[in-house]
Design a protein around this ligand. Structure first.
Ligand code: URA
Length: 211
């Protein structure tokens, strides 16, 4: 099941994730940790970005030095609202990335995703998409986001989360076997309300203090 899932098990990521899981972690601290962990995750997700070589002058000599290839154009697509936290930290690392937003809410009875907002760059067909949402729980939002994005035909799609449930991974992979999933951890299971166990609670509530 996990061959299309990359677990980013760097010690700094794992340490920060443990702090985020703890009930006593304040909203301000949770937000700070999500920012830090988001940058570490982005570092791994962007590992395969292509480089090109340009001639530069150092104070000592000329050299042919690597820079990011401009033809690789990224769009970070945040699933609102919890995706915003990851989005902000990734933009710190890749300020030139374009941004898309998908507004989805979860019907509390059916747990299905309902779209209320969709805005992506007009040239998305020339861009590679990274969908971000801290929690891959039932997988319904992630599947709905990837379904919707495929309608506008980006060059490629990756999905980045902080925590994933096995049920969500299975569901997502059944619907989108071509989309690579990146996560910091795969937890045990979902509870009857669709929360990840042991998880970290409601990521949006913890990020914005709306518990
Ligand atoms: N969304 C959350 O914020 N937390 C969960 O555990 C599941 C979905």
């Amino acid at each position: 099941m996990t061959d299309r899932v990359i677990v980013i098990d760097h010690p700094l990521v794992q340490h920060k994730l443990t702090l985020m899981r703890q009930t006593q972690t304040s909203t301000a601290k949770f937000r700070q940790l999500l920012k830090e962990i988001g940058m570490l995750l982005a570092y791994e997700v962007t590992r395969d970005l292509p480089l090109k070589y340009v001639q530069i002058e150092t104070p000592i000599a000329s050299m042919n030095a690597p820079v990011l290839a401009p033809e690789k154009k990224l769009v970070i697509v945040s699933i609102m609202r919890a995706g915003q936290g990851l989005l902000d930290s990734i933009l710190e690392l890749i300020p030139s990335a374009r941004v898309g937003h998908i507004g989805l809410y979860r019907d509390p009875t059916t747990l299905m995703s309902i779209e209320y907002y969709f805005k992506v760059p007009h040239d998305i067909e020339q861009r590679d998409v990274l969908i971000v949402d801290p929690m891959l729980a039932t997988g319904n939002s992630a599947v709905a986001a990837a379904d919707r994005l495929k309608e506008v035909n980006p060059k490629s799609i990756k999905f980045l989360c902080l925590l994933a449930a096995p049920e969500g991974i299975k569901h997502f992979q059944e619907q989108h076997p071509d989309v690579q999933i990146y996560t910091a951890a795969i937890d045990e299971r979902l509870d009857e309300y669709g929360y990840i166990v042991p998880g970290l609670g409601d990521a949006g509530d913890r990020l914005y203090g709306t518990m």
